[in-house]
Design a protein around this ligand. Structure first.
Ligand SMILES: Cc1cc2nc3c(=O)[nH]c(=O)nc-3n(C[C@H](O)[C@H](O)[C@H](O)COP(=O)(O)OP(=O)(O)OC[C@H]3O[C@@H](n4cnc5c(N)ncnc54)[C@H](O)[C@@H]3O)c2cc1C
Length: 324
């Protein structure tokens, strides 16, 4: 089967083979600015694609079986000293999936939106926690390159955006040549570095429903130092109160304390109807974090993570009080 992608034509690969351009001289690909064949010696014949729109990206992805490259801030460290195995589909020129927009039912955060873009986007208060998480992702340089989709697809237990997006009830949009589908973020990430994305799909957007827009939100991260650090624990909270000053809506999630960040549904229920005052933190007990399964590792013991997370949840709730 021949697949047309932009100005280049590709032969769809047989099983275990890479896609190869057919009947076009190499200069044409260079001229098209679309695909460059990397040195065979150094890259084992891998192809590098840089499609300019989503249609081309998904068609080349489906024909080449290549791996997506966005900001590269997880992609390259994961390679270490190795070269990429198989083809690489660099999606950084697919501008249509970058940026934040408002639709009738959702806020749409394009998959290629960088963390700096998120920080700069005009968004309601309920996104303050997500913005705070964005500011804590690596360094400014990392935030300038690293993307929302990259953080979610890499699915690290320490991915800072996940708790902040879980409390926003975010969904992900996945697009392939077969069409588009949506999944709640809570179902999309299934384990440590495991997601439901298929090899031919692009995560095109994160969709946040219009709800609790005036609610206060907070994100707190604990690391071994202040800057450029992997989380020992992180907590995101959304809190809304009614005209009597009582909690009408609460959503709380904790990351880095289980393979996948988790919502604390029992705590959320216990908070409903309680006074939204500075004592709110005292309602949080260790039992509310029983669903977490922290591990001992080089950064902290499981016991320390549990203990620190209780404190972070209390502080994040207190930070929201008075702002709802
Ligand atoms: C020094 C340093 C510090 C860091 N600090 C933090 C931190 O504090 N907190 C944190 O959470 N992370 C941190 N990271 C990790 C990283 O910066 C983020 O996870 C970032 O958001 C990844 O985005 P990216 O665009 O660079 O992804 P890439 O590296 O380009 O891709 C990551 C993975 O996602 C896939 N992918 C990317 N985009 C898509 C898409 N649209 N559709 C489908 N699959 C896709 C790629 O195939 C790859 O498997 C750090 C990284 C570095 C190098």
């Amino acid at each position: 089967m021949r697949v047309k992608a932009g100005k280049a034509v590709f032969q769809a690969p047989e099983r275990n083979q890479v896609a190869r351009p057919v009947s076009r001289p190499k200069w044409l690909y260079k001229a098209a600015g679309f695909v460059y064949k990397l040195s065979k010696q150094r890259c084992g014949g891998s192809l590098y694609f840089r499609p300019k729109n989503l249609d081309d990206a998904i068609s080349v992805l489906s024909s080449s079986g290549g791996q997506i490259l966005a900001g590269g801030t997880d992609f390259y460290p994961a390679l270490g000293e190795r070269l990429p195995q198989g083809d690489v589909v660099d999606i950084t020129a697919v501008r249509e999936i970058r940026g934040v927009s408002t639709e009738e039912r959702y806020f749409r955060i394009g998959g290629l939106t960088t963390w700096t873009d998120v920080v700069r986007a005009p968004l309601p208060h309920c996104f303050d926690g997500l913005k705070a998480a964005a500011r804590e992702i690596g360094s400014v340089q990392i935030q300038n390159c690293g993307t929302v989709a990259g953080n979610l697809c890499n699915a690290s237990p320490a991915a800072d955006s996940v708790p902040a997006l879980l409390v926003l009830d975010a969904e992900v949009e996945l697009v392939s040549t077969g069409g588009a589908r949506r999944l709640p973020l809570a179902q999309f990430i299934t384990g440590n570095r495991r997601t439901q994305i298929r090899g031919d799909e692009v995560l095109t957007a994160v969709l946040v429903p219009h709800q609790s827009e005036s609610a206060a939100s907070a994100f707190l991260k604990l690391g071994a130092r202040k800057y450029l650090v992997i989380s020992i624990s992180m907590v995101a909270v959304i809190l809304e109160s009614n005209s009597s000053g009582c909690v009408s809506q609460a959503r709380v999630a904790v990351g880095s304390c289980s393979a996948v960040a988790r919502r604390l549904f029992d705590l959320e229920k216990d908070l409903l109807g309680q006074p939204a005052d500075p004592q709110i933190g005292s309602l949080v007990g260790p039992q509310h974090l029983a669903t977490l399964s922290p591990i001992d590792d080089i950064r902290a013991t499981a016991e320390y993570r549990r203990d620190a997370s209780v404190t972070l949840v209390r502080r994040a709730l207190q930070a929201c009080v008075g702002r709802t």
